[in-house]
Design a protein. Sequence first.
Length: 217
Amino acid sequence: MTIGALAYLAGLVATAPARLIVEPGPATNIASVGGTLWRGRAVLAGGEVASWRWAPLRSLAGFGYAAAFRIDGAGTALAGRVRLRPGATLFESVAGSASGVLAASLFPRLPFACATTLRLAVARFGLGGDAGAATGRVEADPASCAVRGGAAPAASVPALLVTMTGATGRIAPRAHPRVTYATLAFAPGRLTVAFTPEGAAALPFATIAGTRVETHL
């Protein structure tokens, strides 16, 4: 690509509205969007603010739209990189803390929600398309979790450790990391969680639909 063509592309990105890639509404749990593709800002349903800045070289190298991002809010301070392609989103080098409110906003299809604090160190996490793989770890503080829209009371959950390696992962109690509560299987656009008997007993809210739960990502 010539310098002139790159300058022309940069000009388009600098003026194109952020709504081209981030759509507000109930389907996305995004309350409002402002700015441009170069530098934009979105307010999530939980009140957190996501901001991003276009990364032109990574966009060209990855044949997609790439940006550095931050998400800030009550109990949330996250930063990382994201790359968008048709039907697929790839997060890389994501680190920081997040509240359970943010998790519920980002993954509205999960059948449960938790009041907790998460600490993330995730090298890679793919959503949709052919990006169904993850590498990294997430630590969750003791939490209160409940089934979305259910009449069952909230359940107390111990501190958890989630580790992810490629297409698989596992959930364990942080106090006893060798005990497996659940195994994770990542596939393009899909996450399957299989709970062990120990996990079903400790996480009853999560097994409301059975000991094997599948959700779209």
